[in-house]
Design a protein. Sequence first.
Length: 209
Amino acid sequence: MANVLDALSVTLAPDVLQRVEVEYDSKPTLRALSSLLDRIGGSVTNVSIYALAPRKLEKRQKWTDPFDDWTLLDIRACKKLESLHLPIYIRPKENLKSQRPLSHIAAGLLANYAAPTLKEITINLWDLECPTMLGDNSVLKLQEFDKVVTQERFPNLQRFELSVVQTEALWCKATTRMDVVARQCLAAGFRTLPGVRALEVLEVRLKRW
């Protein structure tokens, strides 16, 4: 994938793309995407990234996400950016190499590299095992977004979405009492991000792998 992106960064004209969606598999892929955006980012309004993660939960929980430093993906050239989708993969604390919270990457990118033109921010949160995990302030720490997503930083923001992808166990539980689980997730998200909620842009949506 890195080789493909490197080739595109050489051949694509600067004003060709408005939407960029990439599934990354390594640090070189993220760096290559940065190089591509540096060349063509001036016309890009939508960036979405996902990891090429293992399909099975037990393997994902032991998997190391190569996107472990927000400086790996430089989106500063995207001066007209309106929509940004970023992933967070929840894993047990004992399987994490870094002591930093899982929200650190997305929050760092938003704080330092994202254009103030953003209208929509979506955090794709993978492998939620129970609604109360949304309020975790050590491993996950979604509270970091409250410090970053402000009216001053993003004056045009219309939506901040937590797109919650449940584990199979929570999904099976939710199928029998979907309204209860959905309400619990919504309440946990609102409690965790009171600042974003005050902007009247916060949405919490449940999805399945």
